[in-house]
Design a protein around this ligand. Sequence first.
Ligand SMILES: *Cc1c(COP(=O)(O)O)cnc(C)c1O
Length: 360
Amino acid sequence: MDRVYNFSAGPSMLPVSVLEKAASQMLNYEGTGQSVMEMSHRSKEYAPIIEGAEALLREVMEIPDNYKVMFLQGGASSQFTMVPMNLGNKNKKADYVITGQWAKKAYAEGKRYLAAREVASSADKTFSYIPALTKDMFDPEADFVHICMNNTIYGTRYVDIPDTGNVPLVGDISSMILSQKIDVTKFGLLYAGAQKNVAPAGLTIVIAREDLLGNAMEQTPTMFNYVTHSENGSMFNTPPCYNIYICKLVLEWIRDMGGVSVMQQINEEKAKLFYDYLDSSSLFKGTVEAKDRSLMNIPFVTGNEELDAKFVSESKKAGFVNLKGHRSVGGMRASIYNAMPKEGVVALIDFMKKFESENK
Ligand SMILES: *Cc1c(COP(=O)(O)O)cnc(C)c1O
């Protein structure tokens, strides 16, 4: 079996042991004579899967009891709408920090439903840094502050969580969920599309503080009201059953590795190897301010578009796929989520060194 090292920003690699387990259970899940794909979501066989996934998520992320966990569909992009419709209910005002395309899209959607305000932006330098944020910058009357914790396209992340006082903080954690410890209590709501670090595309995880729910805007569609899902155990309608099952297997894998803190250690090691190499290379360089570097997504360039293209093409032939950068940044981007083994990062760095020596 020849598997490639897949550096895609998403959908992305899943742990091999998870894929193997899913394969072994494909036709007959634990003696039920069916695949999880074929099961009724209301069956007694399925209940322990979704309940187990939630329990494990609560365990590894240390989610307090006063937060609801929801397994939804619609991607992180639907949350750009659900957040303002559900939380923008007091003063109809919200503050957004613009650190990239996803933050921008969330802001654009927020503007459709409330008085959304851009508090700070790093657009002036192609989103290569996280703007400095202080409490006095936020409107104390805002219903929420929205940030994108890890900017998948540009490769920046918040190292510190901004202090928004009493205003609930909403975090898009699509590309960093489960990669490092997150103090959930600092947030009113967290959301993530699963396809970067948790499961196949089609599952969206929402973690919301209970007291923020139940006051959605009048016109909110039933399916976009958090209460619809939080009061029905994510079973108001058919949830993405199979994705939740894979999510559970991934969470078991994380737990067995030692939990999120061990995951974080490994991710810090992998990222350090990569950044140290970029900092020492005379051909490749990183595009992001060092203090704001992401652990998950690492954009880099040679400064020469032809050479970038040559690198992408040669790396692909050598079994390192999806290294082409996002069209808005150019160059290359290596996404090294939880499931990318350290050996994959080491092998890529070795390949880059070789390429560097051959292209002086
Ligand atoms: C990928 C991504 C999204 C979009 O997710 P979908 O599930 O495709 O809607 C939103 N925010 C961030 C930070 C992402 O990385």
